[in-house]
Design a protein around this ligand. Sequence first.
Ligand SMILES: *Cc1c(COP(=O)(O)O)cnc(C)c1O
Length: 393
Amino acid sequence: MSTQNKLGLETQIIRTQVERTEFQEHSVPLYLTSSFIFEDAEDMRASFAEDKERNLYSRFSNPNTSEFVEKICIMEGAEDGFAFATGMAAVYGTLATLLNAGDHIVSVGSVFGSTHTLFTKYFPKWNIQTTYFDVNHPEEIESKIQENTKILYVESPTNPAVDILDLEYLGKIAKKHKLIFVVDNCFATPYLQNPIQFGADLVIHSATKLIDGQGRVLGGVTVGRSDLIREIYLFSRNTGPALSPFNAWVLSKSLENLPVRIEKHCENALKVAEFLENHPNVASVKYPFLKSHPQYEVAKRQMKLGGNIVAFEIKGGIEAGRQFLDKIKLCSLSANLGDTRSIVTHPASTTHSKLTEEERLAVSITDGLVRISVGLETVRDVIADLDQALNQV
Ligand SMILES: *Cc1c(COP(=O)(O)O)cnc(C)c1O
């Protein structure tokens, strides 16, 4: 690998790549191989004993995967990392490595759906309990910390309500109580927000979203403190959640244009948010870089731009939300996010319809909440689609 320090971020991401082979290829080849060969018995012994750093087997490491991880480390300011097959494999692999039976997690209540299922359905099987705090009351966190609390876990911005948590404040609490501070940074991407700077020990991404950015492949990654990554590596090397070399190759190439894509996503999202603020059928809009966002000042401090997710409250509740989805023509109705294509969802009637109203409100999902993942289409076309749908509700 050739990492070129002190160069600009974009240059570093674009110019970090696996060493060229004798063919002098310009673009990085795909190392689609499950294993690697050894010169002789001594080479093989030394490799397995980790006396030398090299690729042995693609469940452990692969050149394409290592390149992808190195780029994420550069962007996040992290010491080391490990890449996973999906974002959920990263969440599970990371936490399963760190937690022992009897340990306790303090987490923000509004976490990604499968993370919530992991915390409430599967971890309790191993006597690992989770206590949630309300995203709008982070001052409650300290009262939730117990003697056996090991991890402080958050997402910011949150899904789907786009609430913001003050990472610096959380970083200080984690340090004071000697907790491992883990941030799922998926919505912000490594381009907009770097939690390590605010005290995070580990940062997780679902690379499936904006890192791929084109809805093609699944992937995940965890980066951060090298001592913790070492443990995560050893756990993963033996349990098998590794990212495929093909997906790593796709994702590493995607990172080369992540900065320009994200700049445009954010520019479009801000325009969509401003349009919605002035629409008569919209009760309220939440976007981190709108002055009306309750945590606008915090968002400005910790994020470079506001991201591509806009949430708004449609007047008329659940029925209006459903009608709105039915009238949408250009945007996609899909549960994914962070695609070049704009996507709209209405959580109360779809992804979160099994929750009671009380449970939904606890994670800021009101009846009329609509989430838009703003894509890269010509933004006036996206706005026109939202406008015609809103006007028919
Ligand atoms: C999608 C997502 C995940 C899970 O990622 P997959 O790649 O789908 O497994 C985790 N956290 C957040 C915030 C997400 O949006």
